[in-house]
Design a protein around this ligand. Sequence first.
Ligand SMILES: Nc1ncnc2c1ncn2[C@@H]1O[C@H](COP(=O)(O)OP(=O)(O)OP(=O)(O)O)[C@@H](O)[C@H]1O
Length: 214
Amino acid sequence: MTNALTLRSVTISIGDRRLVSNLDLDVEPGAVASVMGPSGSGKSTLISFIGGHLDPAFNATGKVLIGARDVTNLPPERRDVGILFQDDLLFPHLSVGANLAFGLARSVMGRDARLARVTEALVEADLSGFEDRDPATLSGGQRARVTLMRTLLAAPKALLLDEPFSKLDSDLRRDFRRFVFDRAVAKRLPVLLVTHDSTDAEAANGQILHLGRA
Ligand SMILES: Nc1ncnc2c1ncn2[C@@H]1O[C@H](COP(=O)(O)OP(=O)(O)OP(=O)(O)O)[C@@H](O)[C@H]1O
């Protein structure tokens, strides 16, 4: 079953500074909404709020729903939200396959089932046969695809992207962005992308929100 990601009346403040003001948002399955704004405007803070990781220094009100399920008061691990960050690194001491297995949902039981899911993920990432590779031997693009697949193996119901393209140079950035959006469409995931870059937001081809100046 696929679900929309919905925000209702979300307001987030730090001290007397309001970062997000009464935000309503509906992101349909397979759609990518973008959040833009200058450094310090609250983009990562909004992602933390949705994921359930908001620092208690912030004051937040409003609701986060995935489908009809209100996850606002659930701990992060029960929200079924996947987050990809700018600096998402693979564990250097684990093989590519072990890195992927690390992401697997706890519900996937048994060695054979787990291996099968890892193999499928590698096929999806056009990396068949890479199970035993050391992550250090992968190209930047290959590593980026493995980090996304690791996040998706946890079977999230919504995907949050916190500037995951910003450290990649232009060709790689375009290819990885396409790969992420294609996977989200294929899995019917609602996606919220935080970015400084209007090219990323335009490529997402969805609604674009602007947070205010810091
Ligand atoms: N724990 C904290 N305590 C106090 N202020 C904080 C804390 N964390 C972040 N801030 C402030 O909250 C504001 C929003 O930060 P946030 O990281 O969400 O911005 P951002 O838009 O993601 O910026 P960037 O594009 O640089 O990543 C900033 O002004 C930041 O300094």
